[in-house]
Design a binder for this molecule. Structure first.
Ligand code: HEM
Length: 368
């Protein structure tokens, strides 16, 4: 089907199988009070539900006397599996709206990781909106109309488009490759399995506030790739960096993409087949810590200062508690990952993605 239901226990766009394109933005609120915030989320919810079904953001598009409700560029296009997912940043809980007492313990300020080169203009935001769709124009249309609805109540802080290979280019749906040429997503957990999703993705119980039950935490890292350096690196070195073969995606020393990682496997000289400082050896966390990755490649033209490509990975992951999942994992990667020679983290955000809603409700109603 081309429609992903907007309403439900959980927000769409989290365990939804990845669409081909993303258009993600973060907003800073300018609303004067909580009533205005509520109004904004009510209108956003209605428009998001409509656009997820391929309808315009609003109905009044034929009166010559007023600007149309919808901006028009998705007119006649199918819904393209659009999902629109909302999350709240830590700054949402400052003094402005009287909700500082409700800030979840898990919505931490992320620690500074070794190598971070974060720019505030690519980081944070009071509200993040992840729009995914199988068509880039459909995705852009959705975020554009949400920006328009926000006028007077919120301003856009950053916006990033992203892509992966399309369904048309790979009808078999094999694992997509990132811009470093490797299959990316092979060992992502299967969250269509409800038990895995509960363990890895959905927030519930513990010290989590009840308004987050059925929600999830989204981590965004804009990770620039030093593509020109990578492209001068030998294949052997590239494979040692990830710990997998480029052609097949198999673990080093293995033959097929989906065979299990065997980090204990040694070569004839007694060295581990998968180097201990490789990306997968470290990110594997002994199989004990998992996240759901949902990132997209980005390409923003050239960096005028250096003449190099400004491209990389809009890394996104969902986890039930970043204190136990993303943070320890990124601590380990930042300290030792061989991949760090070729990447730099330039943007960052952590957002509390609210639970889903029923028709008639609005995203955020469990909190305000
Ligand atoms: C695995 C690429 C950043 C977590 C992989 C794989 C590739 C890859 C090619 C192997 C195939 C797979 O299982 O998907 C990249 C690139 C990055 C990046 C290019 C940056 C530009 C990160 C970050 C994290 C992360 C920031 C989390 C903090 C993981 C995990 C795995 C993985 C958990 C699976 C490990 C396992 O096999 O158990 N990544 N990654 N990656 N990556 Fe990354």
């Amino acid at each position: 089907g081309k429609v992903v239901p907007f309403y439900g226990e959980h927000q769409a766009g989290i365990i939804t199988p990845m669409q081909d394109f993303i258009c993600m933005g973060a907003f800073d609120l300018t609303a004067k009070n909580l009533g205005e915030v509520r109004e904004l989320f009510t209108r956003w919810t209605e428009a998001a539900a409509r656009m997820s079904q391929g309808q315009g953001a609003g109905d009044n598009n034929s009166s010559p006397l007023v600007p149309p409700d919808d901006t028009g560029e998705a007119e006649g296009l199918n819904p393209s599996r659009t999902t629109i997912t909302f999350g709240l940043g830590a700054s949402f809980f400052d003094e402005r709206y009287g909700l500082s007492g409700q800030r979840p313990a898990a919505l931490v300020d992320l620690p500074r990781f070794k190598g971070d080169a974060l720019l505030s203009e690519w980081s944070g935001g009071d509200v993040a909106v992840q729009v995914c769709a199988d068509d880039p124009q459909v995705a852009f249309h959705a975020i554009r109309n949400l920006i328009r609805i926000a006028r007077g109540k919120a301003v856009l802080r950053w916006l990033q488009e992203g892509f992966q290979r399309t369904g048309a280019a790979d009808p078999q749906g094999s694992t997509p490759r990132n811009l470093l040429g490797f299959k990316d997503g092979t060992n992502n957990p299967d969250v269509q399995d409800a038990a895995a999703a509960k363990e890895i993705v959905w927030t519930e119980g513990g010290d989590h506030p009840s308004w987050m039950t059925g929600g999830s935490y989204l981590v965004m890292r804009r990770i620039r790739m030093r593509i020109e350096v990578w492209d001068r690196t030998t294949l052997g070195e590239q494979e040692a960096t990830f710990g997998r073969h480029r052609a097949t995606g198999a673990p080093l020393g293995g033959r097929t993409e989906f065979e299990p990682l065997d980090l204990a496997k040694k070569d004839a000289a007694g060295k581990p087949m998968i180097p201990a400082d490789s990306h997968v050896a470290l990110a594997n966390m002994e199989g004990k810590v998992k996240i759901l990755r949902r990132g997209y490649s980005y390409s923003n033209g050239i960096d005028l200062k250096t003449g190099q490509l400004d491209a990389g990975l809009l890394f996104l992951c969902y986890n039930r508690d970043p204190r136990e999942q993303f943070i320890p994992m990124q601590m380990r990667l930042a300290a030792a990952d061989k991949l760090n020679e070729y990447i730099v983290h330039v943007g960052s955000g952590l957002y509390a993605c609210l639970p889903g809603v029923k028709p008639g409700g609005y995203i955020g109603s469990t909190l305000f």
